[in-house]
Design a binder for this molecule. Structure first.
Ligand code: OAD
Length: 247
């Protein structure tokens, strides 16, 4: 099957669809100035691949290195703002309560800051802290001793960022809700993801198999192109407002 490339046709699907799901990835935030995951390694960190830093084993082997990498990403993300794509989704949700479920792989919080309610964050929140090991009575995040990373002065437990690392399970209830949205939507928009990391990428296949139309918004090819009925070649901040605004 050849995918269509016509935004007006996708607009018609959007108007018809009672339930819509959006699956967003790092490209969604590119125009806010957040480098995509695979472009993110600059300067000091250029010699490491994300897959070598974003794992529990990497953190345990060198907590300072991994903590400082996340600290630099937090620092970069705190000063950015939602772009026209984030705003277009949030405004659509406000005009059509309950009709669009937003699923994101992003940990930057920009969808929420644009006003999207009930965002399903598959990969956690980079600004959240949690304990590396199961907390004991002595472990209180608020009282962690400052450090790289902060730690519990009683038992030595380490604070880690509240993101999902490679090899870790996704938050169960969030993934369940995302799968339910994928199974029941009539249209899924897949925005700014390379489609290479599972189970997130599998949600597009779930939607397609359940009978939904699938439209990809991405300026480049992705691993999910074969799953799509429509390929809209463009950026999130240009295509989403054009697609969602008049509906
Ligand atoms: P990637 O960095 O792998 O892919 C970014 C995608 O965004 C690519 O397909 C780009 O072509 C596209 N893109 C770039 N600029 C864009 C723009 N302005 N508008 C729309 N699309 C654009 O990021 P993800 O696919 O999100 O996981 O990566 C998925 C997961 O892998 C991440 O959540 C992270 C990572 O390793 C964890 O941290 C668990």
């Amino acid at each position: 099957m050849t995918a269509i490339t016509d935004i007006a046709a996708v607009g018609a699907w959007l108007r018809d669809a009672r339930a819509i799901a959006v699956l967003s990835g790092a490209g969604m935030s590119a125009e806010s100035g957040v480098p995509t995951f695979r472009d993110a390694q600059t300067g000091l960190w250029a010699k490491f691949r994300p897959e070598e830093l974003a794992t529990e084993a990497a953190f345990r082997a060198d907590p300072r290195r991994v903590w400082d990498w996340y600290a630099s990403r937090r620092e970069m993300m705190k000063d950015v703002h939602p772009n026209a794509g984030h705003h277009a989704i949030a405004a659509f949700q406000q005009r059509h309560p309950g009709r669009l479920t937003l699923i994101t792989q992003n940990v930057d919080g920009l969808h929420q800051r644009a006003g999207s309610i009930g965002t399903l964050c598959l990969h956690g929140d980079i600004f959240a802290d949690r304990w590396l090991d199961t907390p004991r009575n002595c472990c209180h995040i608020d009282h962690a001793v400052a450090g790289h990373p902060p730690y519990c002065d009683r038992c030595g437990n380490l604070v880690r960022p509240g993101v999902v690392w490679f090899g870790e399970p996704l938050p169960y209830a969030t993934l369940e809700a995302a799968q339910q949205a994928a199974r029941t939507c009539e249209l899924m928009l897949v925005v700014g993801t390379a489609g290479a990391v599972y189970p997130a990428a599998g949600l597009a296949q779930v939607a397609r198999q359940a009978g939904a139309r699938v439209a990809i918004i991405n300026p480049a090819a992705s691993d999910l192109d074969d799953v799509a009925h429509a390929l809209l070649s463009g950026t999130a901040a240009s295509v989403l407002p054009a697609l969602l605004a008049g509906v």
